[in-house]
Design a protein around this ligand. Structure first.
Ligand code: SAH
Ligand code: SF4
Ligand code: F3S
Length: 454
């Protein structure tokens, strides 16, 4: 049976790493002769690219698989694949719980997507999970995979995969493996190629971008080369900023413990880098930060932000916060509130702590009851959303550079993103799509801005 003419549909859960992997899976299926289906109902192949950062992610997957069961009974040719972090974590459990799944593959063998579907057609259900992405396997490493991009103007670039930290709440190191940086020249070459294709904005992806290159230097030394162990992320920002055609650089996520002044300096001195720093706080209590193994205290975090603000004019700071980590008392939570008040975030992601079996946090004593977590999250979000609204309102009257992504809801309307990532609506001609245009901000809601071409 051939895949020519078949249609695929990929549903993506989780973070940008997964969204970027989805782009790679899509390109492999297209190379195999398939095209994208308009909806899951039209698809011959359904891929669920999963996340397991919090527990409701698991429930969503099994709910979705339950819905697909009837479709598979109606159409036995339908193929269902489960990929991503939850596949990596649950492995054989997925086909045991959902026998109608044809293929399960993990985060280290995205490059095998099309082949595994092909094999399953003749051999029946397959689960293939690798333990790590082979640095020297030309096929497995992200650079080698073609990408079908969601946008013609903006692209994600993976600079490192995996994570060497051991935050007590976090499942990522277990599902994405150890930290592996992509070679500097290869990355710069990729961004140069993207610029050549008309991409003007890149978002550099990694779990701890400030430690980018550490493993490269360690490996080079082991191989007998005389290299200095030095932070390389600032240098990467500057080098990419020099590439012709790259007008905007974003990155996520840096880590407060590894953030040196050199990164803020590179941001300030590289015109293309957006004045936006996403710096996960997680907690404002030193006791909780230490239980979390985060490697910094509140004072260190505040100093990092202070230095960045002093160096980068008009900097917007955003964050991630967890409430209800085991052992978090009311007094600890109040420290988080105080930290948030002191910093003033432009936007944020905030979560109730979710037990991830196998992580140190799961077996810690004094788990916080669900209702206490909910109540703290509500108080925290009230504060964070007020700050977000205030930040957006503060932009009224300013002219911001907006990268026009597409036409808006109505004719003559455009939609784009400000340097701070807010969606921005304004009137203008479709021919501006793909360009960066100055927009005078005239209105602000919590999640978006409105304005007029300046
Ligand atoms: N590497 C990034 C975070 C990646 S996960 C960093 O170190 O900041 C994205 C966010 O999900 C985290 O910042 C954290 O706030 C949240 N998160 C991770 N594990 C969680 C858990 N078990 N429960 C609740 N939130 C969690
Ligand atoms: Fe998870 Fe911590 Fe690594 Fe971020 S730095 S991915 S929170 S272990
Ligand atoms: Fe991302 Fe979820 Fe995996 S947040 S790294 S897709 S567990």
């Amino acid at each position: 049976m051939t895949t020519q003419g078949q249609q695929y549909f990929i549903r993506t859960y989780g973070c940008q790493m997964n969204e970027h992997d989805t782009e790679r899976i899509a390109s492999l299926l297209q190379a195999d002769g398939m095209s994208e289906a308009a909806s899951m109902d039209d698809a011959d192949v359904v891929v669920l690219n999963t996340c397991c950062i919090r527990e409701n992610a698991d429930n969503k997957l099994y709910g979705q698989l339950g819905n697909l069961k009837q479709r598979k009974i109606d159409n036995p040719n339908l193929q269902i694949a489960v990929a991503g972090c939850l596949a990596q974590k649950d492995r054989d459990e997925i086909q045991a719980r959902a026998g109608h799944v044809d293929v399960v593959f993990g985060t280290h063998n995205v490059h095998r997507a099309a082949e595994l579907l092909e094999l399953a057609r003749t051999q029946g259900p397959i689960t293939e999970i690798l333990e790590a992405t082979a640095r020297d396997d030309a096929l497995a490493f992200p650079s080698a995979l073609p990408v079908r991009r969601e946008s013609d103007h903006a692209a994600w670039v993976t600079i490192q995969i995996g994570c060497d930290n051991n935050c007590a709440f976090c499942i990522v190191p277990a599902v994405r493996g150890p930290e592996v940086s992509r070679p500097f020249d290869q990355l710069v070459g990729e961004v140069r190629d993207l610029a050549g294709e008309g991409i003007s904005e890149v978002t550099l992806l990694g779990q701890n971008v400030n430690s980018y290159g550490r493993d490269l230097a360690i490996n080079a030394r082991r191989a007998g080369e005389d290299v200095r162990l030095r932070p390389m992320f600032a240098e990467l920002l500057r080098t990419i900023g020099d590439i012709n055609g790259i007008r905007r650089i974003r990155y996520t996520s840096p880590h407060p413990k590894d953030m040196g002044p050199d990164v803020a300096e590179a941001m300030a001195e590289t015109a293309a880098v957006c004045e936006h720093l996403h710096m996960p706080l997680q907690s404002g209590s030193d006791r909780v930060l230490s239980l979390m193994h985060r490697g910094y205290n509140a004072e260190r975090y505040l100093r990092v932000i202070e230095q960045a603000r002093a160096t980068i004019p008009d900097l917007a700071v955003t964050t991630d916060i967890i409430v209800g980590f085991p052992g978090e008392t009311e007094a600890d939570f109040e420290q988080t509130m105080r930290c948030v008040e002191e910093i003033g975030y432009a936007s944020s992601f905030s979560f109730k702590y979710s037990i991830r079996p196998g992580t140190p946090g799961a077996s810690m004593p004094r788990q916080v009851p669900e209702d206490v977590k909910s109540e703290r999250l509500k108080r925290l979000q009230d504060l964070l959303y007020t700050q977000q609204m205030a930040f957006n309102k503060s932009l009224i009257g300013r002219t911001l550079d907006v990268l026009v992504e597409n036409g808006g809801r109505d004719d003559g309307q455009l939609f784009g993103r400000s340097p701070y990532l807010q969606g921005t609506h304004f009137d203008g001609d479709e021919s501006l799509v793909g360009q960066i245009v100055p927009v005078l901000i005239t209105g602000a809601g919590r999640n978006s801005l409105t304005g007029e071409l300046a």
